[in-house]
Design a protein around this ligand. Structure first.
Ligand code: NDP
Ligand code: 8X3
Length: 256
């Protein structure tokens, strides 16, 4: 996908960073969003030097709607012609029961995983419709297919991502635009560290005995969907480790 412009939210880690690396390696120019300015600058310089592409940084908290509006309005020239929007930024906090969880943490999950994704879609899609060209790729989750213990609110946000992806696909059916919902299972990123509120040991233990997916694995799937011929719309992809069967059933070898 040479000379395409790909905007990735939450590109400082995990799946977002994996997508940045994959699309850059295939010649796409990138608009990278994130909050960690130092990490974004490092990634920009590395990818530009390695692949001869251009990277533009949009440093803002994706939940800040005004900042999002300003950031998109600041785009000049070719950067206005976004070909692919990857709505990736997202997070989970805790494994609390729905009647015991922290309301502030719920707000952060809902604001990031649903509201911010929707704002970005609302800001970027009209230009794509005008140009009759574009692809919105949402990073949903297996968690959106069925609730699991301790995942109630996070699962609800990812069920919302499925509904928003399906709804957008319906609304764009008379256009050449495509909408894809990628639904990963277990991917070893910083995700579980955030889930366990910084407890790296707990996060590591979660993946013991199973080979989880990586951010790079998911990036391959995202790239596959984005680079499919124009008449093919990969609507949804559910992708898990081989030893995972559902959101709650996986096989983990006992440590010896
Ligand atoms: P990571 O924690 O590694 O990456 C999450 C990224 O989102 C980080 O770059 C993070 O930046 C960014 N982000 C979070 N909140 C904001 C915000 N308010 N503004 C801007 N950026 C933000 O996790 P993953 O890569 O695994 O997660 C990416 C997506 O994949 C999420 O939507 C997640 O729900 C989804 N997913 C993950 C799975 C997994 O098992 N890992 C499985 C299924 C789906 P910062 O460091 O600044 O917080
Ligand atoms: C993350 C997948 O099931 O580990 O979206 O919460 S799960």
């Amino acid at each position: 996908m040479k000379n395409r412009i790909v905007l990735i939210t939450g590109s400082t880690s995990g799946i977002g960073e994996g997508c940045a690396r994959k699309f850059a390696s295939q010649g796409s120019d990138l608009i990278l969003n994130g909050r960690n300015e130092a990490k974004l600058n490092e990634l920009k310089h590395e990818l530009e030097a390695k692949y001869g592409i251009e990277v533009l940084l949009l440093i803002f908290d994706i939940r800040d709607r005004e900042a999002a509006v300003e950031a998109l309005a600041s785009l000049k020239g070719k950067w206005q012609n976004i070909d692919v929007l990857i709505n990736n930024a997202g997070l989970v906090y805790g494994v609390d029961k729905e009647y015991q969880g922290n309301l502030d943490e719920w707000d952060i999950m809902i604001d990031t995983n649903i509201r911010a994704l929707l704002s970005m879609t609302r800001l970027v899609t009209p230009g794509m419709v005008e140009r009759s060209k574009g692809h919105i790729i949402n990073i949903g989750s297996i968690a959106g297919d069925a609730a699991y213990p301790g995942g109630s609110v996070y699962c609800a946000t990812k069920a919302a991502v499925k509904a928003l992806s399906d709804g957008l696909r319906i609304d764009l059916v008379d256009t050449p635009l495509r909408v894809t919902n990628i639904k990963p299972g277990m991917v070893e990123t910083n995700f579980s560290v955030v889930r366990f509120r910084g407890d790296k040991q707990k996060a590591n233990d979660f993946y013991k005995g199973i080979q989880p997916l990586t951010g790079a694995d998911i990036a391959e799937t995202v790239y596959y969907a984005a680079s499919a011929p124009a008449h093919i719309q990969i609507a949804e992809v559910l992708i898990m480790p081989t030893n995972q069967a559902t959101g709650t059933i996986s096989y983990k070898k006992a440590e010896v």
